[in-house]
Design a protein around this ligand. Structure first.
Ligand code: FAD
Length: 387
């Protein structure tokens, strides 16, 4: 059974303990064979998504928590899910998390009709949603989005390109952030729900990347959507995107924790088994120093991740500062912990397909998406300077 963050910590409630126990057993029984990252065309990820839905794990991630304040979802539960999934398989984590990021804006800002039409089928994995914010010239600077929505008849016509979009070409629904014609800056953005089958949407290019993400660039050419496709108010798009990313950040940190804990466990086991100079390498002090550093950083990251999720769940109106601190620290230290684990494995660490080699490839992108480390630092400083 894998190690995860101890759910006896005060950030958790008894229901989280039960959930973590059940979900860990379920992952071990159902997802063990997805540990390798084969099937990067998205089919394996879709299968994992279906399995999660079939056993009821998706629904509670987009529903109000009966034990929480003001209709909020239980973010600690989602963090535990991602930590457990990432420990087991990066692909399983991606299969769950990317559609969840896309479902989040609908769960938070959708009308009753949009929720009925999209959230319930999402919970049953009847369709796959994708989050389409980034553009070739608008990554960190989302306010620079150039794709447009122009009012036309009973709806809007969308034009432009979106890139780095997870599940591009596979998704049944895109949550697309575009500029309302004539509007400028961050406050001029709108969010629309666009069917993948819409003839105005095409997959321009598939992007092959280090981690098991199915990424691509999408084109929107005179893509007509009904007025009912608008999510929230006409110029609420930036707020919607930023709120979804704010809630996503602690969960990204949680996935990084899963990678770090797996790397630690692999390194501990290897350092007890491998002998050099007539003793297990675990008995060399320089190896012990690495193990100690890894443990300190991993526990510190866990405290920051679950503090952010707990702050959300207890009703904080904004967790911007806590979420960025958690995402920044967890993604940075996960990279260091995985690197140290690989070092402990020596030459074996770089053999293709070994667990530490996979972790080394998988962890890197986490310092880039959902706001790069540099952007997280700017957000944290903005909160500090606000006072
Ligand atoms: C695996 C993966 C999956 C992704 N999935 C999605 C998805 O599903 N949907 C989606 O919309 N996007 C997705 N993205 C896109 C991701 O969010 C962007 O890559 C990210 O926001 C960075 O944008 P960029 O790549 O354009 O880099 P840029 O914005 O061009 O940044 C380049 C460098 O400059 C730095 N930089 C930029 N501005 C500043 C500043 N003001 N001060 C200091 N440094 C700065 C950045 O930190 C970075 O190091 C994904 C990306 C990856 C790698």
């Amino acid at each position: 059974m894998p190690t995860i963050t101890p759910t006896e910590w005060p950030f958790f409630e008894p229901r989280h303990r039960l959930f973590a126990k059940d979900f860990r057993s379920w992952v071990a029984a159902h997802l063990g064979h997805f540990e390798s990252d084969e099937g990067g065309d998205g089919q394996a990820a879709r299968e994992i998504f279906r399995l999660l839905a079939a056993d009821g794990w998706l629904g509670p991630t987009v529903a109000p928590d009966p034990g929480g304040p003001d209709q909020r979802m239980d973010l600690r539960r989602v963090c535990l899910m991602r930590e457990i999934l990432a420990y087991s398989s990066a692909m399983a984590d991606v299969a769950f998390s990317e559609p969840w990021l896309a479902a989040l804006p609908i769960a938070l800002y959708g009308s009753q009709e949009q929720k009925r039409k999209h959230i319930e089928p999402y919970s049953r994995a009847e369709f796959l949603p994708a989050f389409a914010l980034s553009e070739p010239e608008a990554g960190s600077d989302a306010a620079a989005i150039a794709a447009t929505a122009t009012p036309s008849g009973a709806g809007f016509v969308l034009n432009g390109r979106k890139t780095w979009i997870s599940n591009s070409g596979l998704a049944d629904l895109y949550v697309v952030f575009v500029r309302l014609a004539g509007e400028e800056g961050a406050q001029g953005l709108s969010a629309f729900l666009v069917a993948g089958a819409n003839s105005g949407v095409t997959l321009e290019k598939r992007l092959r990347v280090l981690p098991p993400h199915t990424l691509g660039t999408l084109r929107f050419d005179d893509c007509f959507v009904e007025a009912t496709a608008l999510l929230g108010r006409p110029v609420q798009g930036f707020e919607i995107a930023m709120r979804a990313l704010e809630l996503f950040r602690p969960t990204v940190g949680a996935a990084c924790l899963g990678f770090a804990r797996r790397a630690m466990d692999e390194a501990l086991q290897r350092s007890c088994e491998r002998t050099t100079f007539r003793k297990p390498i675990a008995q060399h002090q320089l190896i012990q120093e690495k193990l100690a550093d890894m443990a300190v950083k991993t526990d510190a990251a866990a405290l920051l991740v679950y503090r952010a999720a707990w702050a959300h769940d207890r009703g904080s109106p904004s967790i911007g500062r806590e979420a960025s601190i958690a995402k920044l620290y967890a993604s940075e230290i996960a990279q260091e912990v995985v690197d140290q684990a690989l070092q402990i494995f020596g030459g074996l660490g770089v053999v293709e397909g070994t667990t530490v080699e996979r972790l080394y490839r998988h962890v890197r992108a986490f310092r880039i998406f959902d706001g790069t480390s540099e952007i997280q630092k700017l957000v944290i400083a903005k909160h500090l300077l606000k006072g």
